[in-house]
Ligand binder design. Structure first.
Ligand code: NDP
Length: 251
């Protein structure tokens, strides 16, 4: 995190899990970004309590903004608010983190699950890229940094090794075709974005974050609580990353 120096960052799904931890780690940096746009779909709901507490401790740095990635009009409304907050500056770093999974096997999978998960995990990041492109372009153009970097202008798509066609990780633990197919598609979206946005020197990268103890990673939203090996706690709870790369990855 210390080598990362964006002036502005946006995180989707930042009210819990990996998104909340990203905001926490960013704001606690020795040289934190000037603007952290912590977006979530229900800022007034009970699930946003931890984020609100965090934002209250860092009042002029963490801005909570309503954004539902499955709703293009909500994405556009958030972009308008963020453009206003930035006072003419661009957006350096966009984390497409929000994601869902529906517990299923190939036998029980439904068209409704497939479409809902695709809409949130793939269509959402695609529309986010389209809507925030002018702000990312502006950040890239105004930066003195050479080449591409996350401190200049970047989209980070949080993917999963579950979507890897060669790895197909943890198939025996959970088939979850809706999720696997959505992450495979997100990887291709990332490839398309990286080819197209390279002309503006906007870096696009799809990352597998590792298997982490969130609602999703603990199986609460995947397998009804049934979990095989123990996933890693998120970084701040673990106090370091010495176990990096050891765990099998799911979801
Ligand atoms: P959680 O289930 O803990 O959190 C998911 C977050 O996404 C919540 O903040 C949720 O908000 C938000 N979200 C869901 N749908 C929408 C939407 N339509 N609009 C805006 N926000 C939404 O999951 P994780 O933190 O574990 O996962 C974060 C990302 O990391 C996901 O993309 C996931 O696929 C990926 N990942 C996670 C792994 C893990 O082991 N945990 C492993 C590999 C990848 P709300 O509270 O409103 O539901």
């Amino acid at each position: 995190m210390e080598v990362l120096n964006p002036r502005s960052v946006l995180v989707t799904g930042s009210n819990r899990g990996i998104g909340l931890e990203l905001v926490k780690q960013l704001v606690e940096k020795s040289d934190p970004p000037e603007w952290i746009f912590a977006t979530c779909r229900d800022p007034e709901g009970p699930r946003a309590k931890s984020l609100k507490n965090l934002a209250a401790q860092h009042q002029h740095r963490v801005e909570i903004i309503q954004l539902d990635t499955s709703d293009p009009s909500s994405i556009k409304a958030a972009a308008a608010k963020i453009t206003e907050c930035l006072h003419g500056a661009g957006l350096n770093l966009l984390f497409n983190n929000a994601g869902i999974v529906k517990s299923s096997s190939l036998e029980s999978e439904t068209p409704e699950n497939m479409l809902e998960v695709y809409n949130t995990n793939v269509v959402g990041p695609m529309v986010m890229g389209q809507v925030f492109l002018p702000l990312l372009r502006k950040a890239s153009k105004d930066s003195l940094l050479k080449g591409m970097s996350c401190s200049k202008a970047a989209i980070v798509n949080i993917s999963s090794d579950c979507g890897s066609i060669t790895n197909l990780l943890a198939w025996d633990i959970g088939q979850i075709p809706n999720y696997r197919c959505s992450k495979a598609a997100l990887n291709m979206l990332n490839r398309c974005q990286s080819l197209q946005y390279a002309q503006d020197e906007i870096l696009c990268v799809a990352l597998h974050p590792g298997w982490l103890q969130t609602d999703m990673g603990s199986g609460n939203e995947t397998l009804g609580g049934v979990v095989a090996p123990t996933p890693k706690p998120i970084l701040s709870e673990e106090e370091g990353s010495e176990h990096e790369g050891e765990e099998p990855a799911r979801p």
